[in-house]
Unconditional design. Structure first.
Length: 318
């Protein structure tokens, strides 16, 4: 055995430098292939992305569960996440109005996938008489961005996300598509369950008022008539309604025999209660429309949130 003490000091110092360099090189060496880094804008598309990714990619969500994507204000850490991402999953349709500036300021080179691409859209004008296929650029027409409220649209969103992940990370393409197929089977079951549950409610009772214009796709798919909204806007950022608008809504509730007003997880409950009291109807349970619930809410996933919303609706309308 050669003992270190037998080396001359100069030789020993040289040997130590070599050993330190070798140790540094070993610690810096990659331990395996780089995992695909995905950033999702908010909790709903984040849940879709996580189900598609499985263990093959890392998914981070910018707007956390329970928070309002309409009013989100990005922090410097969010720009860093965007800059480090390989793929950004967004809803599109002006739902994330802050994303364009955040992406530009971050200097990110990540690919962006608009999950709503190819979905037949509803115009956000309160009439919903027209539809067209979604594209990443929708022109000057304001479209309802809450496409995931029709579970069939969620299926399309999952497909779009899986295609994007497979394109960016080809070695794991088969796994992403397999994960998507398994999840889509669950979504198709969910769609059938919701349709059956709402069909058990008599048609004349399926008239509701919501906190803001968020359930248009749900109503069209599952036979629920949305008589009006407390905030007549596709965004929660709009101000509270005028006295005239409230009076008109109360008149519509009475004329249409609406059975309940439904608050949302980010709505003003006192205003809804006042309108319900004046109209003589009940306030139903809370709906999760623009975000999933926080841990422990029972609405942490898209499937759980949709099932919970249906239970709230059917209980109030029976």
């Amino acid at each position: 055995m050669i003992l270190i003490k037998h080396f001359r000091p100069r030789v020993l110092r040289a040997l130590l430098v070599v050993l330190m360099f070798y140790a540094s090189a070993c610690s810096a060496a990659p331990t395996g292939p780089r995992v695909l880094r995905v950033v999702a804008t908010f909790s709903v598309v984040g849940d879709f992305a996580k189900r598609v990714a499985g263990a093959s990619a890392e998914v981070r969500v910018l707007v956390p569960a329970g928070a309002d994507a309409h009013e989100f204000e990005p922090a410097p850490s969010d720009a860093a996440r965007i800059a480090d991402a390989d793929l950004i999953v967004e809803n599109g349709l002006e739902f994330e109005t802050w994303l364009k500036a955040l992406y530009a300021s971050s200097g990110s080179k990540a690919r962006r996938v608009v999950a709503s691409e190819g979905i037949v859209l509803r115009e956000g004008d309160g009439h919903h008489d027209h539809a067209e296929e979604a594209t990443s650029e929708v022109g000057h027409v304001e479209h309802d961005p809450h496409v995931w409220q029709d579970v069939r649209n969620a299926v399309r969103m999952v497909r779009n996300i899986a295609d994007a992940m497979a394109s960016v990370d080809a070695p794991n393409a088969v796994q992403y598509r397999a994960n998507a197929d398994a999840y889509i089977a669950e979504l198709e079951t969910l769609d059938t369950e919701i349709a059956a549950a709402m069909a058990r409610v008599p048609q004349e009772r399926r008239r509701i008022v919501t906190a803001h214009d968020s359930l248009g796709y749900f109503g069209a798919r599952y036979g629920v008539e949305i008589i009006g909204e407390v905030i007549d806007s596709l965004s929660t950022e709009a101000g509270e309604p005028s006295a005239q608008a409230i009076a008109a809504l109360i008149d519509a509730i009475r004329a249409q025999n609406v059975r309940a007003i439904f608050p949302e997880s980010m709505s003003n409950p006192s205003l809804l209660q006042r309108i319900a009291d004046e109209a003589g109807v009940r306030v139903g349970g809370e709906l999760f429309t623009d975000a999933l619930g926080e841990a422990g809410s029972g609405r942490e996933t898209y499937i759980d949130a949709m099932r919970a919303n249906v239970n709230v609706l059917t209980e109030a309308l029976k």
